[in-house]
Design a protein around this ligand. Sequence first.
Ligand code: NAD
Ligand code: 2ZO
Length: 561
Amino acid sequence: MFLSCGKVFLRTCVAGSRHVTGRPLAGVCASHVCTHSSDGLTLRGSSAARGFLRLKMAQSSLDSVRGASTGTLVVTEPLNFWAGKRVKPRQQTNPEPVFEPATGRVLCQLYPCGAEEVDEAIKSAHSAYLQWSKLAGTERARVMLEAARIIRERRDNIAKLEVINNGKSISEALVDIDIAWQSVEYYAGLAGALAGQHVQLPGGAFAYTRREPLGVCVGIGAFNYPFQIATWKSAPALACGNAMVFKPSPMTPVTAVLLAEIYKEAGVPDGLFNVVQGGAETGSLLCQHPMVAKVTFTGSVPTGKKVMEMSSKGVKHVTLELGGKSPLIIFKDGDFENAVKGALMANFLTQGQVCCNGTRVFVQRDIMPKFLEEVVKRTKAIPVGDPLLESTRMGAMISKPQMEKALRYVAQAKKEGARVLCGGEPYVSSDPKLKDGYFMSPCVLDNCTDNMTCVKEEIFGPVMSVLPFDTEEEVIARANNTTYGLASGVFTRDISRAHRVAANLEAGTCFINNYNISPVEVPFGGYKMSGFGRENGQVTMEYFSQLKTVIVEMGDVESVF
Ligand SMILES: NC(=O)c1ccc[n+]([C@@H]2O[C@H](COP(=O)([O-])OP(=O)(O)OC[C@H]3O[C@@H](n4cnc5c(N)ncnc54)[C@H](O)[C@@H]3O)[C@@H](O)[C@H]2O)c1
Ligand SMILES: C[N+](C)(C)CCCC=O
């Protein structure tokens, strides 16, 4: 059990968060959470002698994560969760290894769920939905606030496990977990506000509308923000009265089940939030199940198309959060220092594996030499290495194939005439335990043109393509010349230009004078092939609910027969 010292904090107190508002928010300061466990630090396991920690994933197991370091953890507990408990895989054959990206070591084995397991999880979700949907929004809110509190309390250990499985730096993972509890807290706040409308009709008749839940929703996640994606999907779903079956990426299966345990501990009915593990096959089973009302998907465009196609057969609601190749436009009148920082934030978070990254950096020609000099200097200074070290700013990519793909894009860019100003190579650490990790040095490409592969395709790695431009009109046309439309950004001090550019860019988000911040209060989602539907913000409540109209006659029926 963790004990909290109970200090009240301001949002500004959340360590490292980019979502600094300064608004007071009652809660427990994340940086003052006392992580005393009632039974002390428990590092268990027969393999400890070999330098491994056997992870017991019950509540006390998170304590074991606290004692782990890169290259020491093995996860053996079941990673499925339904009907209120962890569930062992039915078939323990053909496991798929899950790797620790920083070392290339096997972290755990993944046993994909088959049709019977998917069916069990969905039925368990349905029975929980029947109870949960009957509660008042304020009652659901109370449970969700408790879940948010528990996430906040366990933030450090959840973040650590995320790092071990995903490879991103601990400084980023802590922010991810902060965003996760903020999301649950935010939607708890909206749960009680879900309401319909009253409409007066002629003759005393009237109508009212009810916002009702959809039923069982399926969430399918990508590998880059495993825990955060699970909360971005489940928080609005649960706030509206739905149940969820969530399938994480098979590359990052270990933290979603912690969220399931937290929801249970907070008091949701058994079955309300479930986790099934697996890849494409398991995902397809979920999308095609007749008891599923909605699929909310985060991943690549090709998979998104399949999800939409499968869901269409059952006429299911769909939200698609897909990939991008977003433009970041830097005008010469922009604050130079902030523009450089913005370009780095737009490209190198999570080793460049971020859907909304501004990977096409358009720089007004006059400031190009100065911009390149500064951006390259700072890119070369990014500390790459052990992701659990506080000083590290870039960890390991998710997998060897993902790293090799990004390296191939750099090679192809060179062939097509781009100039590599820095990075773009496998990064070999002096730390021997990282020798088989998937590290790549962050790369800046100059001399790029709009038709190059590196400028047209989503690389999903730490590769920034820089392109010169002259006029506003020209750069908007070039920025919009893509099938994607997830995000965009502009740096300028000209307020009219900033809003004009934001209005003309074909993207779901436009950042003005910043990049890649994601407050839970504002909607996030794509235009064009980057998807549809939204996550975060009030509007997402509409994507997890449906409207019923009730018409009430106060007089007699006027029949035409
Ligand atoms: N827009 C967003 O919010 C957002 C956020 C994160 C990542 N992404 C995008 O995700 C991609 C990277 O993530 P990824 O490599 O995990 O994506 P992916 O498409 O390979 O996989 C995403 C998920 O879909 C599942 N899946 C695969 N085939 C399936 C099928 N046939 N039916 C159902 N599910 C299936 C996978 O197991 C995984 O859980 C990038 O394109 C990135 O831009 C988008
Ligand atoms: C939190 N970020 C950085 C805005 C990323 C959102 C999810 C995209 O991959």
